[in-house]
Design a protein around this ligand. Structure first.
Ligand code: 5RP
Length: 260
């Protein structure tokens, strides 16, 4: 299902933010208002450029609202964000059940399946998503926030970089070979750091492969995810299937689309 909400007044005056930034902010603010409830104590914070607006809105709830809360990061970036915002930092090994996790996405389909890992954080992001879905059917609270470009019918429509796959360095060449020859992703490549200085290394010390698939295959993301996960050396796949409860997309006209 999907619905469109009325425009939310942005705290930043028009012109200060680009349309895309503003739509990220609208999505994040609306999601926080809907899903970060006063009695929630353990909150998962994802990664990427939309998540700072999530934290911005949480901070605006005030010191009293946040004094008994602990915030769990998905990586280096969100850890810095939590600490620099004056919020209390926790770890998922202390809090394996999370009240709500809010995170960005590279693309979200109509079934709320999504691609994540544009920032190479998808292993920890999936752990936190799962921690917020532990009580699935009772209280699944993994919430996505994104701008309008990420709202698609099928994964791979706009996001052409491919499915991010975290692999142990020792196995990367073999995983690449399997993706090319067995799983029909001939353009799968090892993700390189800026200026090709070397491979991107994740917060877990691993490499990342980006594997594009035919759009028709992406209509069944669970199948692709399961096939990739079976390859020896794969740590986690940036396809999150049947995990999110809702996705919020800021639109160019200042409205927010909610999929659930
Ligand atoms: C990082 C992620 C991000 O959440 C995803 O790439 C979306 O980022 P942004 O909000 O910058 O578009 O999965 O691994």
């Amino acid at each position: 299902s999907s619905t469109k909400l009325k425009p939310l007044k942005s705290p930043i005056s028009p012109g200060e933010l680009s349309v895309i930034e503003k739509s990220k902010q609208l999505a994040a603010w609306t999601a926080v208002d809907e899903h970060v409830l006063p009695d929630y104590r353990v909150i998962g914070i994802g990664s990427g450029s939309t998540v700072p607006y999530v934290v911005e809105r949480i901070v605006s709830q005030g010191a009293e609202a946040n004094k008994d809360r602990v915030f769990i990061p998905t990586g280096f970036q969100s850890k810095e964000l939590i600490v620099s915002s004056g919020l209390s930092l926790g770890d998922v090994d202390q809090y394996p059940t999370i009240d709500v996790t809010l995170d960005g996405a590279d693309e979200v389909d109509t079934q709320l399946n999504c691609i994540k890992g544009g920032g190479a954080c998808h292993l920890r992001e999936k752990v936190l998503a799962e921690a917020a879905t532990t009580r699935v059917y009772i209280c699944n609270q993994f919430i996505l926030v994104a701008d309008y470009r990420k709202n698609v019918e099928y994964l791979g429509t706009n996001f052409k970089a491919g499915v991010p796959i975290e692999v142990v360095p020792f196995a990367y060449a073999k995983v690449l070979q399997n993706l090319h020859q067995v799983l029909d992703s001939p353009k799968a490549t090892l993700r390189m750091a800026v200026a090709k200085a070397g491979p991107v290394v994740t917060d877990n010390g691993n490499f990342v492969i980006d594997a594009p698939f035919d759009i028709n295959k992406m209509k069944e993301p669970y199948t692709i995810m399961a096939q990739i996960k079976m390859l020896t050396g794969v740590v986690e796949v940036g396809l999150f299937c049947h995990m999110a409860r809702a996705a919020y997309f800021g639109n160019q006209d200042g409205s927010v689309t909610v999929k659930w």
